[in-house]
Design a protein around this ligand. Structure first.
Ligand code: HEC
Length: 284
């Protein structure tokens, strides 16, 4: 990206990230960030903020509305459904691994699983099922397979309110790890996620308004140029643009960020397969 084009001075971004004080727990952090956004953008509800860049940019909003559902959504959902229902060598299927064939489950992911002592994202749950049945795993970074499956699976929870639980010390520790990563400066440009998304939400960076952290887990996968991009794929893109080595697809680091961001979207309806602008050079 060309820094000369930034409408937001880099020096501003590099100013203090304003880390939140050490707070008691996930719900305090969520309330603090949500009330900061409400004070800054009194005209925008959390559901409006879920529109990403479009929440602050009338041109983008009009384009998103014209392109709803995202072009390519129907094909992605159908491709995902095929993978979901495909019979494994042993006659089982992904659909058979989840209650109600996966209906109405997405709003509670990621969650902390006490048995395996790890966060379970939708991606890890899908791959755990494949592993149990001796099938090859899906690449969590691939829009055409994992992206399509999640486009379908999240459609089965369309309209449900995100309801992530952080209800044990172990779950709190995972949330805190996600929060810590979000506030940590990384990469050649020395940005933290929070430098942009918290401190400068709504400001233009190049030609793109910076989305707020609240709501950013509601509309994924995003349809970009017809391909379904998951939340984790988007986070990897931001990391690459920060000049940081992107955490590997399916890694614990991405799961922690996913848990943190999803918790900040609690109470907002899942509206998957929303349009997002194409990724152009010099454009986030
Ligand atoms: C230099 C500023 C900057 C930094 C640093 C940054 N992002 Fe972004 N991010 C953006 C911009 C701008 C977009 C909007 C891209 C678009 O819609 O075209 C975006 C988009 C996103 C989205 C999608 C929001 C939506 O609904 O469209 C998520 C999620 C996200 N970023 C998370 C992160 C995380 C997590 C980090 C840290 C690992 C991070 N970002 C670091 C600027 C940044």
């Amino acid at each position: 990206m060309r820094f000369a084009e930034l409408r937001l001075p880099v020096a501003l971004l590099l100013a203090a990230v304003l880390p939140l004080p050490a707070l008691a727990g996930a719900e305090d952090v969520r309330r603090d960030i949500t009330s900061r956004m409400a004070a800054q953008f009194p005209g925008l509800s959390p559901a409006d903020l879920a529109g990403g860049s479009a929440a602050f940019d009338a041109g983008r909003r009009a384009e998103a509305e014209r392109n709803a559902p995202g072009p390519g959504a129907a094909e992605a959902i159908e491709a995902g459904q095929r993978i979901w229902k495909r019979k494994f060598a042993n006659g089982r299927s992904l659909a058979g691994c989840f209650p109600n064939g996966g209906r109405r489950i997405a709003a509670a992911y990621p969650h902390y699983d006490r048995r395996v002592k790890r966060l379970v994202t939708l991606e890890t749950a899908v791959n755990q099922c494949l592993k149990t049945h001796g099938e090859p795993l899906l690449d969590a970074g691939d829009p055409d397979t994992m992206g399509a499956v999640l486009a379908y699976l999240r459609t089965l929870s369309q309209g449900r309110k995100i309801a992530i639980s952080v209800s044990s010390p172990q779950a709190e520790a995972r949330f805190e790890e996600g929060r810590r990563l979000y506030f940590t400066r990384m990469g050649q440009r020395n940005y933290a996620c929070a430098s942009c998304h918290l401190n400068h939400a709504g400001r233009f960076f190049g030609d793109t308004a910076i989305p707020a952290p609240v709501g950013s887990a509601a509309q994924w996968p995003h349809l970009r140029e017809g391909r379904p991009m998951t939340l984790q794929m988007r986070v990897r893109e931001c990391l690459e643009r920060m000049g940081a080595a992107a955490f590997p697809a399916g890694s614990d680091d991405l799961a922690h960020l996913d848990y943190f961001l999803s918790y900040l979207s609690n109470g907002i309806e899942i509206r998957p397969n929303a349009w997002r602008a194409p990724l152009a050079p010099g454009h986030w």
